[in-house]
Design a protein around this ligand. Sequence first.
Ligand code: BGC
Length: 454
Amino acid sequence: MKKQALKTNLFKHYKHKAPLSPSFSKISLPKISSHHQSLKKQLTLSSQTLIDITLFFLTEINNGLHQKKSSLKMLKTHIKPSSQKKSGITLAIDWGGSNLRILKVNLDPKIINPEEIDISKKIQKKISPIEKKHPLLIFDHIAQHIRKLISQENNQTDISLGLTFSFHLNAKNASHGQIITLSKEFCETEIKGKDPHVLLQNALKKIHLSNIKIKALLNDTTGTLITKAYFNQNCDVSMILGSGTNICLLIDKMIYVTESGDFAIQQIIPRTEFDKTLDQNSENPGQQIAEKMISGAYLGELFRLIILKTLTNLPSSHLIHKKNSFHTPYLSEIEKDTSLGLKKTKQILTTLQIESTLATRIKAKKIIQLISNRSAKIAAACLAGSLKKIDPTLSQNHVVAIDGSIFEKYYKYSERMISSLNNIFKNNNKKINLVLTKNGSLLGAAIAALNQTD
Ligand code: BGC
């Protein structure tokens, strides 16, 4: 069967956007330079700060594990990594931050890396604003997509399914759990406290798909760790750096999901006025503070808020007033831009109805570098805290499986993380291998489902 590449990330949807027509009223970026110095001071993290974050993350892991007050939940999972190869066909669902993916996977015990996994059928949909507001709808949509995917098949035969549900979840067993809270700008009112297994099962029942058996319910970090560990037993930590962020780690053969996006980073680094505004305007004020400094759902918005502050006398209809009108992939494109006169940057700013001179474009680029450097440094320090928990002296090799479009696509993001880890571990980090595990969160759902099928 033909193997298909899975494409998904925040970046995909913005790549080829044409600039707006020249008829709009453009505004220019005037005072950006006067803000730059103070922003630089606030957004730059010293080597000592990275160490402070690392040690506080480690303390919070320990507090969370010992049921003491902690910003890290250390959620126990009931799914174990296994390198034991099984064969079979399963369905895998990944409900992430910006996309919904549904796959039919054929696992073959002979394959030796995730890219070889046979994906016989797939459906991929961008999650709509209405679905974000009413996430209950998503369960019905998943059921309908499954029906399309398996329409040719006999609906008497049982098909196992793994569901990756990328939010805070209290797991009860391998396939049931209770939603603690939603994030990434999803509204939680309708589904908080419910069991995603039951919600999906009911949606499947409604359309007579009772032969689909939900065997595994897991977080995307767990899925990523499961995928990498299936092929490489040195994998004991995984991280997501996409619309949201999170880390899970293996302690005494048990996977713990830290929910690192909720880490109380503000106790180490003060938030800027822009961080605070972003938080107040978000769906979950006061929560996921680290995620709001690190991840793809927020970096573009942070830049928009900074730019907005530099502009005065703006018509209220101007695009820059619109929440989330500046998408994170643009930041990466601007950082990458080395064209004469920063032409690409000019074009991107034009899509935001902003006129710029070369000097202001250079400043805009510098601000973006500050935002993304801070993100990569915090991400690396949280990872370092996790590694210190499982191996304080770094005596073993560690494969860290990472999935998500920020790590995969953001300009020089992985290099910046590696350099921060060098800083934290004083160049003694040769034993840490950050490995992009593309689609790990999704394939992990298939592997986990199959492991629960006996
Ligand atoms: C969620 C995590 C998830 C992460 C990455 C966060 O917003 O709380 O559960 O793992 O995003 O998708």
